[in-house]
Design a protein around this ligand. Structure first.
Ligand SMILES: Cc1ncc(C[n+]2csc(CCOP(=O)(O)OP(=O)(O)O)c2C)c(N)n1
Ligand SMILES: [Mg+2]
Length: 353
């Protein structure tokens, strides 16, 4: 099996399920029926939580929140393929991947509540790095981490998430170049969701992102990011390749940001509702659910149970977020200097009175 699928002109993404859920490729990606059902369960949980977070922000319980509706398959399909020791370097939009990784949602959301920097979850416990707001800065860190994994003699892999807009940053180039030159055990996972805030990807990049891998000396693949099976298979192949010592892979998952960039953004100022409605046709959850039901791997009862569980879960997370107190004010001084200068001590005394 080739690591690099053949692409025709215009580069249709690799796809297993058509938008209506009918198979157009080999749907046997090596997952058991239970694992396949788990993919749906995670996507449903993630979407329900995402909507709850937007409501929480509107109610003043979160400061700002970047939604990921439409990107569930890209995140769940890729995160589900990871091994326990693999390490994730996320952006700020990977809550769905974080859930799959076992990150506690209430802890994660403390970042968006403004109670702690980067979320108070322990990145080492679930191997899910801190939320990263500065675009693409996690990518050189990820490359360095991948080098460390190899020096440690493990066969663990680093996966770094980033968006289409992030590929215009020098940090992307530097990380990809290092990954190629050092054949790092790394997966560069781009979620091309069509937008970088208000800039459409057509104005971001003249070429195709997946093709850039060739210039760095490793394979790239464009995959239908709303097809959870295709995403899973592409990620698994990239992970296997990295574990074999053959180096990195760039995956460009074609998806769509259904919501605004964040709760601080009004997307109606720069894009047509018609575009969003069109994108809903390719909805990742509907597609996969249709396939699961058609194959008999899941039935209506399972689908309903997922919805009910997601409802309960979202309310539990809401309660947990609201119950999270502000941390002691002195913490904001505690973590700045190893040896605080006197001016800083003065400010501390003033602030804490
Ligand atoms: C270095 C830097 N420049 C600018 C910004 C402001 N900013 C936040 S998100 C974003 C767009 C990112 O687009 P993309 O990489 O496609 O990710 P998406 O938001 O679509 O998930 C920008 C420019 C930032 N956070 N960091
Ligand atoms: Mg984007």
């Amino acid at each position: 099996m080739s690591d690099v699928p053949e692409h025709g002109a215009g580069t249709e993404p690799v796809r297993i399920l058509a938008p209506d859920g009918s198979p157009v490729g080999d749907a046997d990606v090596g997952l058991s029926p239970e694992e396949l059902r788990a993919l749906l369960r995670w996507m449903v949980l993630a979407r329900r939580l995402d909507r709850e977070c937007i409501a929480l922000q509107r109610q003043g319980e979160l400061t700002v929140y970047p939604g990921f509706e439409g990107q569930e398959a890209a995140q769940v399909g890729s995160a589900f393929a990871l091994g326990q020791l693999d390490f994730v370097w996320p952006t700020f939009r990977e809550l769905a991947a974080a859930l799959v990784r076992g990150v506690d949602a209430v802890q994660y959301l403390q970042y968006h509540r403004g109670t702690w920097h980067g979320g108070p979850y322990d990145p080492r416990a679930t191997r899910f790095g801190p939320i990263c707001i500065p675009i693409a800065t996690q990518l050189p860190h990820a490359a360095g981490y991948a080098l460390g994994q190899r020096l440690d003699g493990t066969n663990a892999v680093t996966i770094a998430y980033f968006g289409d807009g992030s590929t215009s940053e020098g940090d992307f180039h530097e990380a990809a170049n290092l990954a190629g030159v050092w054949r790092l055990p790394m997966v560069l996972f781009c979620q091309n969701n069509g937008w970088a805030i208000s800039l459409p990807s057509s104005e971001q990049t003249a070429g195709e992102i997946w093709r850039r891998a060739e210039g760095y000396g490793f394979p790239g693949v464009r995959v239908d990011g709303n097809d959870v099976l295709a995403v899973h298979r592409a990620t698994e192949r990239a992970l296997e390749r990295a574990r074999r010592g053959d180096g990195p892979t760039l995956i460009e998952a074609m998806t769509y940001r259904i919501g605004a960039h964040s709760t601080a953004d009004d997307a109606s100022r720069y894009r047509d509702d018609a575009e969003v409605e069109h994108a809903r046709v390719t909805d990742p959850i509907m597609r996969f659910r249709n396939w699961l039901l058609a194959t008999g791997i899941a039935d209506d009862r399972f689908v309903m149970a997922c919805d009910e569980e997601a409802e309960t879960y979202a309310l539990e997370v809401r309660a947990g977020v609201i119950a999270t107190p502000a941390p002691p004010a002195d913490w904001m001084f505690d973590w700045v200097y190893a040896a605080p200068p006197s001016s800083f001590e003065r400010q501390r005394a003033e602030a804490l009175g």
